[in-house]
Design a protein around this ligand. Structure first.
Ligand code: AMP
Length: 398
């Protein structure tokens, strides 16, 4: 890749600023999923093993009041990190100042320190989230080199990513960021063909730019989930009580016309009368959806149609579940698609673009079946839209 990575830089005795994404779910003071911490370990261990002094920081939650601060301290995260590294991690409950500076200056090669939630700076004029120039410059001054390993915030220009990068000579990607750039960026640039995109989730409006970008890149785009019903309507079908964005029907028509047959919708759906798991499941062809039914999943024929196309793919990019996967009875389509992707793992690059489809696959226990599951929801969506992500752009080129 053209970007500088942690492998390219001299770390020995250097104060290494590492922006990680430790925005983990915490309930009653206990971390309920430490995956984001685990994912950052390769970069942190690499820095420590190569004689760097690791200075770690992340955002956690949103900080609007003093109360938010109490709930969103990174101390519990720092403790978990220490357990996972099997090494002490010195926690500094400040985001700036003398205590932090002297702790950094006392750090020895191979030691780690974590400072407090970067968004504590948001309480005073959104300094972190608005990339306050003074803050980025200050944080940059605390280290010798900067490593960005937080893909989850790469679509935002914050002081802790872009701000630091712009004020330091050496800004490189960590292993996690590198992986995202290689898999998502690399695939979009140069996919092995045929490339199949699978899009689902609730709304067309959230995915318009993704569809438009992928129409230029993919060979086929399979559409399921709630967003499919706006397309069915555009094709002239009635969709009963299904999710429908009336104001996007015209756009869906245009996309279908423009797509030249690239956009493919299934021929049947699984429906229910009510939006709940126990409502009786029925199956209808898409031209026969009754007025009092709502589509909550793709149907068995659609699953087979999609599977036939997936079988031939050399690259698959998937964003958005095929149905309301939170309801077991309507998770069938999402699960079957995930299984069929796991089957082609040896012949194809299969990528899940974060968010709900990643959550669905993990929840279904099928995470191992994929080449890459992105760690960023919003970031991977913007990447799929073809946008330049500021957090990636700010990493220096080789
Ligand atoms: P997104 O965040 O856009 O990927 O959307 C994910 C959400 O879409 C999940 O919470 C799903 O339950 C929901 N979803 C998927 N299919 C449908 C559907 N047919 N009707 C209503 N919601 C759906």
């Amino acid at each position: 890749m053209a970007k500088l990575t942690v492998r390219d830089i001299d770390l020995k005795n250097k104060k290494v600023l590492i922006r990680v994404d430790f925005n983990v779910p915490i309930k009653d003071g206990v971390i309920t999923d430490d995956n984001r911490i685990v994912q950052a370990l390769p970069t942190i261990n690499y820095v420590l093993d190569n004689g760097g002094k690791a200075i770690l920081f992340s955002h956690l939650g949103r900080i609007k009041t003093e109360e938010d601060k109490a709930k969103n301290s990174l101390e519990v995260v720092s403790n978990r990190l220490s357990e996972l590294l099997n090494k002490p991690v010195l926690f500094i409950n400040e985001t700036r100042g003398e205590k932090l500076e002297s702790a950094i200056n006392n750090l020895k090669s191979g030691e780690a320190l974590m400072f407090e939630n970067t968004r504590f700076e948001d309480l005073d004029g959104k300094k972190e989230s608005k990339n306050d120039p003074e803050l980025g410059k200050y944080w940059a001054s605390l280290g010798d080199v900067f490593i960005n390993d937080a893909f989850g915030t790469a679509h935002r220009a914050h002081a802790s990513n872009v701000g630091i990068s712009s004020n330091i000579d050496v800004a490189a990607a960590g292993f996690l960021l590198e992986k995202e750039i290689n898999f998502i960026g690399g695939t979009l640039e140069n996919p092995k063909r045929p490339m199949v995109a699978i899009l689902g989730g609730a709304k067309v409006s959230d995915k318009i730019l993704v569809i438009e970008n992928l129409l230029k890149i993919a060979d086929k785009i399979l559409i399921g989930g709630g967003m499919a019903f706006t397309f069915y309507k555009a094709m002239g079908y009635e969709v009963g009580k299904s999710l429908l964005e009336e104001d996007k029907v015209e756009l869906a028509k245009e996309l279908l016309e423009k797509s030249n047959g690239k956009i493919i919708l299934g021929s049947d759906v699984a429906t229910a009368k009510e939006f709940n798991n126990d409502s009786k499941r029925s199956f209808y062809n898409v031209d026969e959806i009754p007025n009092d039914e709502m589509g909550l999943d793709i149907g068995p024929k659609s699953i087979e149609e999609f599977k036939e196309i997936i079988k031939t793919a050399k690259t698959v990019v998937w964003n958005g579940p095929m149905g309301v996967f939170e309801f077991e009875n309507f998770a069938v389509g999402t699960k079957e698609i995930a299984l069929s992707l796991a089957e082609i793992k040896d012949q194809a690059t299969t990528i899940i673009g974060g968010g709900d489809s990643a959550a669905a696959v993990i929840q279904l226990g099928l995470a191992e079946g994929f080449t890459h599951i992105s760690t960023g929801g919003g970031a991977s969506l913007e990447y799929l839209e073809g946008k330049v992500l500021p957090g990636i752009a700010a990493v220096k080129d080789k």
